[in-house]
Design a protein around this ligand. Sequence first.
Ligand SMILES: [Zn+2]
Length: 272
Amino acid sequence: MLEWMWEKKNGISFITVPAWNQQGIDIAFTGRNGGASEAPFNTLNLGLHVGDRNELVLENRRRVMQLFEQDIEQMVCCQQVHGSRVVSVTRKQRGCGSVDMKNWLTDTDGMVTNQPGVYLAAFYADCIPVFLFDPIKKCIGLAHSGWKGTMGRIAVNTVNIMEQDFNCQKSDIQVLIGPGIGSCCFEIKGDLAAKAIAEFGQFRDIISKEKNDKYRWNLPQTIYHMLIERGIKPENVSMTGLCTSCHTDLFYSYRKENGITGRMGAFMGIRD
Ligand SMILES: [Zn+2]
């Protein structure tokens, strides 16, 4: 089973995967502490689009890239439109969206690369980060899977791009499904529950019914099932099981904080 752990460096707590680190992969999912931003974005907000001061967000991004001894210009960021489009990126795209939203990768929610020194970065407050690594082809992928991206099977699309563009074998691909809103807190109404059941009715433990028109949807479990169905080996998939909405001391939560909050960052790069 793929093991993940919390690590703390320079005052920043982040989740990482030691086995990937040992194979030359930098990976982090940051918490909300250790940054420069003030309330309600306190303190390690990495999202430029949430109303925080740009210079503070850029300082925060620099601090995270410093964890890997890399510069902010190594980052590649996508627009994150809650879509399901995944693109492969190269060194040419380095710096896209890293200091300015103007040149982020438009209409994109997932990225894949096999080039060292390219740091895939995406930002989250309840949506589910999905990290992928093929240790044979040395190829990495990162997806932003909120409920819309989950409906669009963006995690599967990321596997597809890894196969098509980099010749990855599905039996080699390892996946970490990171912190996001859990079924404990992701309450939805009947109309959305019906859509989820229509799409994923064959999966176990996805939707639970509360009283009246209330349901709960387990997004991480849904992503897990679609990956297994796609042919990823169960022993190659891990979930942190951490709920962002339950832990606003550690994480930002869009739902819990009524939409006015910062963003955690998922970072993944192949060391030079
Ligand atoms: Zn929760």
